[in-house]
Design a protein around this ligand. Sequence first.
Ligand code: HEM
Length: 411
Amino acid sequence: MTVDALTLNALKDVAGVPSHPLIFLILGVVTFTLHMVSVQVMLGAAGLTIWGAFSRDRHWRRLAQSMLLTAKIAVSIAIVLGVAPLLFVQVIYDPFWYVSNVLSAWWVIGFIVILIFGYLLIYVFYGLNHHLATEKTRCPGSMILSLLLLLVVGFIMHVLVQQMLSPDLWMSWYAPAGAIDASGTGLHDYDLFRFAFFVSLSTLVIGAWLIAYRRYVGQRADARELAGYLDWVRTLAVRLSLIGGLVSLLLGLAWLMTLPERHAAAIPVVLSLIAMTAILIMAIAPSLLGKRLESAALGYGVMGLTTLAILLTAVAREALRWNILQGIFGYAPLDYRINMDWYSTGLFFATFLIVGGLTLGYYLGVAWKSGQSAGVYTPSPALDRLGTLSISVLVLWIIHFFAVGFWIWMQ
Ligand code: HEM
């Protein structure tokens, strides 16, 4: 038995969605892009940390020390930015997302445990190696295991996304040969080329990140003493971008060319070509730009443009899902019943822009300035005011949250 379009559409939440489904679709793609970029920085930085931790070269060891700090922060950002696409995907694709989750329920719960261990192990390694640049590496296995566990976490997400796309196979996974298997222990579908494509993009992204890192460190007071190191970082970054980008392109092509026959017609050809071209440009641009990468616009701009390439990849990925679920299975996310809730829609965007903007602005401001100053850093009065403002807005938000809750409860 397969699942038909009528059944799939009937599985939508009868309560409808609180805003136009297009908003959820767009936010899903945008937040997935941010999730991917932080995941790729995290994977790339963790990889460079491990490489440097085994090296005796002083540049590699210095880089490993910096990349350990990057990986440690990027993992938190990747997790936070993973929650956002999780919210959006389960709003408009709920019939698919929940079935996929239930089919692999054991792994969905295990995901959290594996993530906790992966996350903790970075801190174990960090705790043991505060002076990686100058001292012998202690317990490198903790960092390697951490990276492997984080990759397992990503793989679980990949399987959940992949299983969504085959409602025609759900029954054969749930009741193979007619015997129900409700254990939820199976991982039923994966595409190694697709997973490897998203993981390999971390080499391209970390290349762009290193170009920005080089520019940033180059502004510090002690930059002159670091000239040799900074040149070495640029050469490494250019190589990583080129090799990483080309490998990603090959894996991306292999993914699309080996799609199962029943999905092949759903490939968004134009969007895929645009995404591939963007990746190609970002792979070769740093090699062509050479010393011009030292300017502020290009030093930081390359990272911005690489993020744009990932956004275009995310758009093509979404179009593929759309073409499969709508084109082949007749599921129409944009026909979702709308139960418009202006208040919650307004609150969402206000929280995102005002609370998020102020708090993030403050954190980034402090991190940026402190990283470039020598000795103990004291924030400027303007930055101090921004900090006070962001805390005040946060307190107001919490008061408002409980006030609205009580008001509704009293009705
Ligand atoms: C920290 C390690 C993580 C890694 C390496 C990772 C990696 C990935 C990868 C490679 C994908 C793309 C899968 C595909 O399209 O085939 C993905 C998708 C996704 N990830 Fe993560 N992820 C991580 C953590 C998280 C966390 C902690 C969350 C949520 C709390 C999360 C939520 C998601 C969601 C919801 C998607 C799919 C979004 C969609 O299809 O619209 N991820 N992740």
